[in-house]
Ligand binder design. Sequence first.
Ligand SMILES: [Zn+2]
Length: 91
Amino acid sequence: MMVAASVGSVVWVLCGLVLMVVLWKSGMAALHALSAPPAPPPEPGELRKLNVRYRCDVCGVELKMMLAPDDDPPPPKHCLDEMIVVAPLYD
Ligand SMILES: [Zn+2]
């Protein structure tokens, strides 16, 4: 009877400790999330996903840019002229 009671209390103490650690960890994570900037800028050299279509005004060819080093890359050239943006799709 006494042994069973002491084992039960040890289990409860362990549960309490685990719960405390979990709460403390999640609390610290929440604090970190609140104090951290919402969207840190990506590393230089890291490519950004894009979905922008360009069209050559001279010959009419169209292409889609899917990766670029930044969000607003300079338009590619075709037929010795800069291509025009057809439909910037942000999805
Ligand atoms: Zn062209």
